[in-house]
Every structure is written in structure tokens, then in C-alpha cells.
Design a protein around this ligand. Sequence first.
Ligand SMILES: Cc1cc2nc3c(=O)[nH]c(=O)nc-3n(C[C@H](O)[C@H](O)[C@H](O)COP(=O)(O)OP(=O)(O)OC[C@H]3O[C@@H](n4cnc5c(N)ncnc54)[C@H](O)[C@@H]3O)c2cc1C
Length: 292
Amino acid sequence: MSAATEFLAPETVRAAVAALAGDEDAVAVGGASAVSLMMKEGLLLPSRLVWLGRLPDWDRVESRPGRVHIGAGATLAALARSQVVRQALPAVAAAAGVAANPRVRAVATIGGHLAHADPRQDLPPVLLAAGASVAVVGPAGERQVSLDDLLVGFYETALEPGEIITAVEIPVAPGSRQVYARFNPASADDYPTVGVAVHLVAAADGSVSGVRVAVGGCAARAVLLPRAAALLEGLRPSAAEMSALQASVEADVPVAGDHRGSEAYKRRVAGVWARRAVEAARAGGGPLLSRS
Ligand SMILES: Cc1cc2nc3c(=O)[nH]c(=O)nc-3n(C[C@H](O)[C@H](O)[C@H](O)COP(=O)(O)OP(=O)(O)OC[C@H]3O[C@@H](n4cnc5c(N)ncnc54)[C@H](O)[C@@H]3O)c2cc1C
């Protein structure tokens, strides 16, 4: 921070928006895990840091009719240990509990995580598969944005200047199962090479509905793969149908190879792990498949 950088800690959302609006060099701060690194590297030279941690109900996590409400200031560590999240959205809790390392999880907020829009992050695919949306407040008022619409590209969101994320809303379908498959052959606290999240509702006869498949770590943003999900809808998927799912994910997932894996490698990993995640969800096992 330069000597000229102002630090503000507003106590109302309105004051926070006012502090951010009209100054393109003002920066919102959640847990500062990314902001501090970007400042250290000289990528960010804020005129003003607007810390959101004093806003009312900022870290509130609660069950509401048909959904879970998560205040934007809830940390990843808090999500990992929240009984509400662990019970209703176990894959969200599991992903929050393995992202990064304990020091980062202790401060990083869900609002900062989603606004940061790093394509390698763990929560975006899980929250996409869960059908999450975010509450956004800015100079023009309040709006609800699906996570799919919020995520635009490489470190890019649909947030307008001065807008902040105030909460994440995640629907909870009775009987739903979620699995997050985190493939990470590097050290345990490294970013995943590929992360695949699956959501489905399993009926007593073994058939599945409400299938959603999302993949992170492959392209400029985490993506939903509706064609692959539709292949299983209403079925008791056979081995042939599971192979079709895998092939569809491998064909459809947008991939840019990087130092963690070539394009062909990541495609293959996404397909194989999508298949494994669906199988695990159908079997009703734990919410996390991880390889590191
Ligand atoms: C060493 C290290 C390892 C990591 N490894 C992983 C990993 O394995 N998996 C993973 O998923 N992530 C990983 N991360 C990324 C981590 O998840 C993000 O740094 C973190 O989620 C950002 O949250 P924050 O609250 O600290 O955001 P901040 O640093 O405070 O802010 C990040 C961005 O979001 C904006 N912002 C913050 N809050 C809001 C808000 N409420 N509304 C609008 N804009 C806002 C800021 O202006 C900034 O642009 C790692 C980070 C570090 C430093």
C-alpha cells in the first residue's frame, strides 16, 4: 500500500458502495488473500481499500426455505465447519475445506473468492453444479445474478463498477447428492489441475434427475456442461450411458492447456473424473473425491 492509499471500513452496504463508486482505483477487500498478493506484485495500485468485514450480517450462514444463505463475508474455513452447509451442501463444505491452505481458508471470503474469478478455484464448479446465485448491490441498486452469469472469463466477472457481492444463495433440493472430484497430482494445497462437480437427485429405483455437471481448472472460467448432464436425466444409467457421459464431457469441456496439463490430458481427466463423480453420487458416498 502506498502512503497515499486510503483505508476505509464502512459499516453499511450503502456506505461501502458509495466508497467504491466513482473511483475506478478503489478496491473492495474481503479477506485480502488475493488483494494483498496483487498489491505486492504491483498489479494493483489502489487509491482506496474498502474493507467489507464490518458490514451487517456479513458472515451469516443460515438455512432458509428451500435454500442456504451465505453472507459474502463467510470464510472458506467457516463454510467447511458450518453444520448448515455440511448437512445441506456437503460438497460445498468439502471443497471449502480443501481449497488452498489453512492460513488462506481462515481469511478468504466466499464473496472475494467468486469476485476474484480465478479459473482454477475450487468453489465455482461446486456452486455452479448446485445452481447458486449471488446477491449484488451497487450504485444502481440490488440484483440477483446466477453464478453462471457472474463468471465471465479469466479473472473477469459481470460485476459493474462499484458493485459488491453481498450474499450467495444456494438452492437445496430434497434428496440431492453432490460430489466434488478434485484432481491434483501436485502438493495437497496446490490448485486443482481439474475440478469436477456433480449434482443429482437419486430416486429409490436408482434413476437420477436434476443432473448438473460443472468443470473448473480447464478454461478461462468454470463451466456447466448441460449436454453431458442431459444424457443421464431420468435414467438408471447403464455402463454404456456412463461411457457416453464421459465422452460428452471430454468433447464439450472448453480447455486451454497450461503447465498443469496439456489440452488432451485435461480433457481426459475431466471426462474420467466426471464419470467417477456421478458414480460416487449415485452410490451415496462422501462428497469429496480427491487425488493429490
Ligand atoms: C497461497 C494461495 C493458495 C491458494 N490456493 C487455492 C486453491 O487451491 N483453491 C482455491 O479455490 N483457491 C485458492 N486460492 C485463492 C483463494 O481462494 C482466493 O485468494 C480467495 O478466495 C480470495 O478471497 P478473499 O476474500 O481473500 O478476496 P480478496 O483478496 O479480498 O479479494 C479478491 C478480489 O475480489 C474482490 N472482492 C472481495 N470481496 C468482494 C465482494 N464481496 N464483492 C465484490 N468484490 C469483492 C476484490 O476487490 C478483489 O478483486 C489460493 C490463494 C492463495 C493466496
